[in-house]
Design a protein around this ligand. Structure first.
Ligand SMILES: C[S@@+](CC[C@H](N)C(=O)[O-])C[C@H]1O[C@@H](n2cnc3c(N)ncnc32)[C@H](O)[C@@H]1O
Length: 505
């Protein structure tokens, strides 16, 4: 099928002219509507898009004339791609040559520096810093001009803003300190050791670490795990007779245009296919004219979408989870059983010896496909922690683990944990003062109302998971009298085998 780059370019330039001029005519109205988007930004945004499209063509990218790059800042989604005509399933949307990808291999970073960068993430960060510093001399200049310079990912939230997420385990997963340490210990010395290469001699250490954070955040939200071309695999296979592990065949890289697609759970309608010399984005279902083209970020909880990508939509709520820690479980077990530390510790040591205890567990929504609301591993832990002493001794002697069907004791422990977790969420203050549909969350002089609204969405989703879990635990009390326990999904029923499953999370 012939892909028509000219039509794409012309259509883009037309739409560029149209949107540029109509935007200028409507500036007072548009800029009021676009929070934080100033008139100068509008022009720069359009120009950067137009240059990017010309650059794609120069790089050998081919694009169907049925799609268009659009400005979605009104709904806080930056740039995106929409269908301008109906698109059929399997239709090619665009192909990007491998030579246009920004990878450490394709970068002009000197080979001796590349050789020192074994970590794919840090390697790509350094390659991007190098290319960005080259300015107009970089192959990717026009691409850098459409990449973001500010972020709403959690890495960039202030401590005060992170308080809005109080209760959610996501606040502990940001990894700012470890990223800082990696940048200071491994990237900074490399950059300082090659002042002629990186052109950052005038920048302070803090400044360079900030640049690392910018590139790291772009990679987190935009990069792909790039599959090695089949031909290279065959070559390698031929050399030593062994097929390489899939993970080893992947490197991190930026794929211009493929990464302009936004994503939303349930609305993914396109997929990237790797070929020897290029990657091709294809429609995986019919797409109607006017519809946005979406990629897939996978089944991520809202909290992780916010952490990694800096936005939230209601569609990810189906994957929301509440993390409960082993510490929370121990406290609740102590309260329910009245066992002393020694007794509880003996059980934990036993679980540890069986490789059957983890530091935290996720409680999921009951509706989540192929995911247990209460993981079997968790059920076994709370059952064993609450087992009467004689039964615990017998179990050890028999060398057989309990079934993962929740016991009365286990259910009580989990109920206690849910109550304790709910209190932690309440301490964020958000649940008390706001509800989902209270628009005043956007007002009240808050410095960053969008961030606050997104935090509220995360907390609201996780509290809903807790509420659903509590109602299942409550309802199971009657069943427990018959020893049935809370219902689990049929698909997971193999887990009720008498031996414990050993898959650590
Ligand atoms: C791979 S990029 C997509 C292109 C991006 N919109 C741009 O203008 O560069 C991922 C980023 O796009 C934004 N994004 C992706 N999907 C979104 C959605 N459904 N709603 C809002 N923003 C979205 C987020 O800022 C995310 O970090």
């Amino acid at each position: 099928m012939a892909l028509v780059i000219d039509a794409w370019r012309v259509s883009m330039l037309r739409s560029h002219e149209y949107s540029l001029w109509s935007a200028i005519a409507e500036l007072p109205r548009v800029s009021r509507g676009l929070r934080g988007v100033l008139p100068g930004d509008m022009v720069y945004f359009e120009q950067a898009s137009a240059s990017f499209i010309l650059w794609l063509e120069q790089q050998g990218t081919t694009v169907t004339n049925k799609i268009e790059l659009v400005d979605l800042r009104l709904r806080g989604a930056g740039r995106g791609v929409v269908a301008t005509q109906n698109i059929g399933e399997d239709d090619k949307l665009f192909s990007v040559p491998r030579s246009a990808m920004l990878t450490i291999q394709n970068s002009k970073l000197p080979d001796d520096i590349k050789a020192q960068l074994k970590d794919p993430w840090l390697g790509l960060i350094v390659a991007m810093i190098y290319e960005d510093q080259q300015g107009a001399d970089s192959q990717w200049k026009a691409y850098f001009d459409v990449l973001p310079t500010t972020f709403d990912t959690l890495m960039f939230w202030s401590d005060e803003e992170l308080q809005w997420l109080h209760g959610s385990a996501v606040a502990n997963k940001i990894g700012r300190d470890s990223a800082d340490a990696a940048f200071k210990d491994r990237v900074l010395p490399l950059i300082r050791a090659h002042p002629g290469v990186f052109k950052l001699s005038d920048s302070s250490d803090d400044n360079i670490v900030q640049i690392c954070h910018r590139m790291g955040s772009i990679i987190m939200a935009y990069a792909f795990d790039i599959e090695t071309p089949e031909s290279e695999n065959e070559q390698k296979e031929g050399e030593d007779g062994w097929e390489e592990d899939d993970m080893e065949n992947q490197q991190k890289g930026m794929i211009p245009l493929a990464d302009i697609l936004n994503a939303d759970a349930d609305r993914c309608n396109a997929k990237l296919y790797y070929e020897d010399d290029k990657v091709t984005m294809k429609a995986i279902q019919p797409i109607a004219a006017g519809d946005e083209i979406f990629n897939d970020y996978g089944p991520l909880p809202t909290a992780d979408v916010l952490r990694r990508y800096g936005y939230t939509t209601a569609n990810y709520a189906q994957y929301d989870v509440v993390e409960i820690s082993l510490e929370d479980i121990k406290l609740a077990a102590k309260h329910v059983t009245k066992f002393d530390e020694v007794e509880l510790e003996a059980r934990l040591q036993y679980l540890e010896s069986q490789d059957s205890v983890d530091t935290a567990y996720d409680i999921a929504r009951p509706s989540q496909e192929d995911v247990q609301q209460f993981p079997d591993e968790l059920c076994i832990v709370v059952n064993i922690l609450t087992l009467p002493q004689t039964e615990f001794e017998q179990m050890k002697k028999r060398e057989k683990m309990l079934k993962p069907t929740l016991s009365i004791g286990g259910t009580k422990v989990l109920s206690q944990v849910m109550v304790a977790r709910l209190q932690q969420y309440l301490q964020s203050g958000q649940i008390i003062h706001h509800t989902y549909d209270e628009p005043d969350v956007m007002d009240g002089g808050e410095q960053n109302p969008r961030r606050k609204a997104m935090a509220l969405q995360v907390i609201g989703g996780e509290v809903e998971v807790l509420r659903l879990a509590m109602s299942v635990l409550d309802a199971s009390v009657d069943n427990l009298v018959d020893g049935a326990g809370p219902k689990r999904k049929a698909a997971n029923d193999e887990a009720s085998s008498p031996t414990i499953k050993r898959n650590k999370q």
